[in-house]
Structures are given as C-alpha cells and as structure tokens.
Design a protein around this ligand. Structure first.
Ligand code: MG
Length: 159
C-alpha cells in the first residue's frame, strides 16, 4: 500500500476589521481572523494535513510567521506551493475537513468553499469534503472568539 494519511489542525482568533476567508472563499461576517497571513484557518489545516501525509513537517517550518515575506500572505498561495511540493511524489486522493464555528452559519457557503479548495488543490470537487458544526456554545469557540478546523488528507505515492 502506498497510501499515506495526514492530519491538520488550526485555530484562529476572530477580530474586528478583517475580512473572513475560509478555504479561499470570502465569507460575509462582521469579523475576520487574526493572523500573520490572511488567517485562513481552513487552508492552514489542509496545508498541514498534506505536509503531514507526505512526512514533510508542518506549515510553520515551510512558511514561518516570523518571516516578513509571509506578512498578510495569501494562504491560497501557501497551499499552492505545498501542492507543488507534494505532487512531485504524491497524488492527492481526497481531503475532508470539519470547520468548528459558532458563527457565521456556514451551510450556505459550503459548496463555494468546497469549489475554492478543490481549485487550489487542482483536484475534482468530489475529492473535497467540507463539513461545518457549532461548538454548542461551549468554550472560546462557542463564545465566538475563535474558529477551529480539523482536516485529513489521503495521498498515494506515484509509481
Ligand atoms: Mg494558522
């Protein structure tokens, strides 16, 4: 078997005065993500899932947030660079993600997010699954202070 699975996780604090991007799609909301880059928590989790599956470390090693080069970086660009790296040796089979957000309600945007992620990964939309749930009002996520994402990716080694 040449399949390899990877897990990614990320959380970003919600702040005023920033646009919200999830999976590269702009989501209308009163807040956005605090972060060195655009704070796209979904793309960061997916990037880490891919790097993990390939055994290539994590997003912080590849794109350090201490590097001014990545200030206000477009997370789509960071993921695209990761995909280029991965695709030398691996094919992306599928990606599955769970967004944990008390607000905004994401169900109307899931399709758009799925499409956007698939285009960055250069895979068919059917290979990307985006799920969203609340945190039942519990903790910081439930208090709308942050949004977190878990993602898994399955790669297979090219022959
Ligand atoms: Mg992040």
């Amino acid at each position: 078997m040449n399949n390899r699975i990877g897990l990614g996780y990320d959380i970003h604090r919600l702040v005023d005065g920033r646009k919200m991007f999830l999976g590269g799609a702009e989501i209308p909301y009163i807040k956005g993500f605090l972060g060195h880059s655009d704070g796209d928590v979904l793309l960061h989790a997916i990037t880490d899932a891919l790097l993990g599956a390939a055994g290539l470390g994590d997003i912080g090693e590849h794109f350090p947030d201490t590097d001014p080069k990545y200030l206000a970086a477009d997370s789509k660009m960071l993921l695209k660079k990761t995909v280029e790296l991965i695709k030398k040796d691996y094919k992306i089979n599928n990606v599955d993600a769970v967004i944990i957000a008390q607000e905004p309600v994401l169900s109307p945007f899931k399709k758009e997010i799925q499409r956007s992620v698939a285009s960055v990964l250069e895979v068919d939309e059917s290979m990307v699954s985006i799920k969203a749930k609340t945190n039942e009002g519990l903790g910081e996520i439930g208090q709308k202070e942050a949004i977190a994402v878990y993602a898994v990716a399955l790669l297979s080694r090219k022959e």
